[in-house]
Design a protein around this ligand. Structure first.
Ligand code: AHR
Length: 506
């Protein structure tokens, strides 16, 4: 729990950290990634055969290193909207036999030279876990079952043997499977009504779990606060179904997916927009509770968690998907990303996974050029969170002036506060406390009394830049991390438009 008290502009802000008041385990999977067959994410991003920077598999080594630095635990694949016409069989076996297909989500051409086995190899090299999304557009249940069998089966059956024939004896044991992507969206090839989706998701889930009961199934939600979310949860959050028997510890659906992209032309509306994403988590969590109550799901069945499997700053008009969605991120966007991540830490109890959309080139912290990599502004807060904000979320009380102007969306103003100092705190398993503070005010530094810090050497990591519009390019990295230390005496100055992480041993 983080409590916020709004104070007058002339009052002195304060932050109190309570390391002994642990709120919830932070699931490592909140630092997940997402790679879609879209723009330059796969081709020219993670896979770039012939480039001197690539290894013998055609994988860009600099991208692999960056993913390792970020310690990305799980990566969603192969879409996104792309998956609605994707047939996984096109992407396995000898490359010369793989068909080229028209690609209808982003109006491209899919060569299929990168598919399941290449992605699994890449995950192995990066040291991350795969999360597959099933084709709920033009795909069939048979195909989905075939894919699951190909990945996970140890039996002497057709698709398991096809995997062996393609060079992989052992099963991949893919744990996470999504029941479609944004099936509610009018942009989908084969958009569904909520009634049709729920019926289909229920039946597919049952069949998939009959084949492999160990998998984690992710239901396709919307924003977390829509009638779609309510309806599909109500229809699918159940436990006593054929195949699962009456087991009072198992559920048909394990997670509920939501997506939120934010953006605004004005800095404060931009930087505070992710407060809506935090509110979305709270609302989705309440809808899960409601579905469980209405369906009589016993408390012994673990509560479904939220899989925030697409989040980031993105304005699709500024960076259209059909053109590869190559957003150039500003310092303002980096602060928005810090506010997103603070929200994830504060809502750790309900969050089972989150995947920044996307990992490379497409609306991404990381951009490749032919001869190198650019770390965009948003890379830096993400790196600090992934490095240090792990373990458990801890309670923190914040007193700060509040931004009171226009929000995007407008309903943020009516449902959640938008403090200038946006704060979360964590304690790692080895006893380090980390305090993450985004000062979104672009004009004012705040001198803050920080209680609960241990006097002595406190590590200080600051992400900031000259102004909120600065971007990083291949020539110049204007936003990065500045490291220093603080004694813990007196007040700490959180500079205007900055993100700061303070870290000390408990
Ligand atoms: O991440 C880009 C796109 O945004 C994804 O393909 C889709 O799921 C969402 O609309």
């Amino acid at each position: 729990m983080a409590s916020f008290t709004r104070i007058a502009d002339e009052e002195s802000p304060s932050i109190i950290v309570h390391p002994d008041h642990k709120i919830a385990k932070i699931n490592d999977n909140i630092y997940g990634g997402f790679t879609e067959h879209m723009g330059r994410c796969i081709y020219g991003g993670i896979y770039d055969p012939g480039n001197p920077l690539s290894d013998e598999n055609g994988f860009r080594k600099d991208v692999i290193e960056a993913m390792k630095d970020l310690n990305v635990p799980v990566v969603r694949y192969p879409g996104g909207n792309f998956v609605a016409t994707y047939h996984w069989l096109d992407g396995v076996g000898p490359k010369e036999n793989r068909p080229k297909r028209p690609e209808l989500a982003w109006l491209g051409l899919e060569p299929n030279t990168f598919g399941t086995d290449e992605f699994m190899k890449w995950c192995e090299v990066v040291g991350t876990e795969p999360y597959f999304c099933l084709n709920f557009g033009t795909g069939t249940l048979d195909e989905a079952l075939g894919w699951l069998e190909y990945c996970n089966s140890t039996q002497d059956t057709y698709y398991a043997n096809l995997r062996r024939k393609n060079g992989r004896e052992e099963p991949y044991n893919v744990k996470y499977w999504a029941l479609g992507n944004e099936c509610w969206g009018p942009w989908q090839v084969a958009q569904l009504t909520k009634e049709d989706y729920a019926k289909k998701a229920y039946q597919w889930a049952k069949a998939l779990k009959l084949l492999d009961p160990s998998i984690i199934l992710i239901l396709c939600g919307e924003t977390g606060y829509s009638s779609w979310d309510y309806y599909v949860l109500k229809e699918c959050v159940t436990w006593s179904v054929h195949g699962l028997g009456g087991d009072r510890t198992k559920s048909l659906i394990d997670m509920h997916s939501i997506h939120v992209y934010t953006a605004d032309k004005e800095h404060l509306a931009n930087a505070t927009a992710p407060r809506g994403a935090e509110r979305a988590i709270q609302m989705a969590s309440a809808l899960i509770d409601l579905a469980r109550i209405e369906n009589g799901v016993p408390a012994t069945v673990p509560k479904q968690t939220i899989c925030f499997d697409e989040w980031n700053v993105w304005d699709p008009v500024r960076a259209p998907g059909e053109l590869g969605a190559e957003e150039k991120y500003t310092l303002s966007d980096a602060l928005a990303v810090a506010v997103f991540l603070n929200g994830f830490i504060r809502q750790a109890k309900d969050l089972g996974m989150a995947n920044i959309a996307q990992s490379i080139n497409v609306i991404s912290p990381l951009m490749t050029t032919k001869d190198g990599i650019i770390k965009q502004t948003i890379w830096w807060p993400l790196l600090l969170f992934s490095k240090y904000m792990r373990g458990q979320s801890v309670a923190v009380n914040v007193r700060s002036p509040e931004y009171t102007g226009r929000t995007n969306p407008a309903w943020i103003r009516a449902t959640i506060e938008t403090p200038y100092l946006d704060v979360s705190a964590s304690i790692s398993d080895d006893g380090y406390i980390s305090l993450a503070v985004a000062n979104v005010n672009e004009e004012r530094d705040f001198e803050v009394a920080v209680e609960g810090v241990k006097k002595g050497e406190i590590k200080v990591y600051i992400v900031d830049g000259e102004n909120i519009d600065v971007v990083n390019t291949s020539d110049e990295q204007k936003v990065g991390i500045k490291e220093s230390t603080w004694s813990g005496e007196g007040k700490f100055k959180f500079s205007k438009h900055s993100f700061t992480l303070l870290r000390w041993k408990a």
